[in-house]
Write a protein that binds this ligand. Structure first.
Ligand code: GEK
Length: 235
């Protein structure tokens, strides 16, 4: 109930207060979140070769990383990285899990050779100028034919945006959020979550070295793309 009482004009932060309520908040704020996580695990599992490393960048509490690991089996290490120490501290740890958690800025962390990289609702929180360089580094780390699963809250053109935003606010009301919570969270997020349109994502992914960008999930603004690392010969 973070935004249930007036909070002033503070920026949204992934701090201890948010980490405590995060799972409940994301499940009630992202329509289809459970399907998204399931789909990421199924898709990721198809692209992981034996022993290949997978990354979950901006993992929050590591839900996608653990789903991927459960699908792929313990022989695939999954590196789950987030810059919020409060999130990383709260990630559930299981003794036989292949998931390793790390607190780091994904713009700076070195990426080793990988088969699957997940950016689930994370790229949108980076300053726009930092997005292409990160995608280029991901493309550089992925083996040709490897997969990036990129989920973003996208921006529509004006008419569609009004329509979809209304539906989204109805969804939030149906999840039990009050008008005050909806408007305060929107204001707090506006300063940190800068949305791109689908054509902008496609163009940037192509520039970074990906091809065959397929939208495999969409619910209102929430859109997930499967982008395949271009074969070096075709680049
Ligand atoms: C999920 N993927 O549940 N470096 C590392 N982490 C960052 C950075 C950065 N530069 N910037 C933001 N983050 C998750 C959900 S939430 C999406 C991802 C949301 C992290 C930030 O700390 C937060 O945990 C996450 O990106 C975004 O599958 O809250 O809407």
């Amino acid at each position: 109930m973070l935004y249930a009482t007036p909070r002033g004009a503070g920026r949204f932060r992934f701090d201890a207060e948010v980490a405590v309520v995060f799972q409940d908040m994301i499940e009630r704020s992202v329509p289809g979140y459970a399907s998204l996580i399931h789909g990421i695990a199924v898709l990721g599992g198809k692209y992981a070769q034996a022993g290949a490393t997978c990354y979950d960048l901006g993992c929050s509490l590591g839900t996608a990383a653990r789903a991927l690991s459960a699908r792929m089996g313990p022989e695939h290490p999954v590196l789950a990285i987030d810059s919020s120490p409060d999130m990383i501290a709260r990630c559930p740890r299981f003794p036989d899990s292949s998931v390793q958690y790390r607190c780091a800025d994904i713009r700076e962390v070195a990426l080793d050779a990988a088969d699957v990289v997940v950016l689930n609702l994370t790229l949108q929180f980076l300053p726009p100028g930092d997005r292409l360089p990160l995608l280029q580094r991901i493309a550089g780390a992925l083996r040709p034919g490897g997969a990036l699963i990129l989920t973003e809250k996208i921006r529509f053109d004006k008419a569609a945006e009004i329509l979809v935003q209304k539906r989204y606010e109805n969804f939030k009301r149906a999840q039990g959020y009050s008008e005050l919570e909806i408007s305060q969270k929107r204001t707090a997020l506006e300063q940190v979550l800068v949305r791109d349109s689908l054509p902008t994502h496609r163009e940037r992914l192509a520039t970074a070295g990906f091809d065959s960008v397929t939208v495999w999930f969409q619910c209102l603004h929430f859109t997930s793309m499967l982008a395949i690392r271009r074969n070096a010969k075709a680049a």
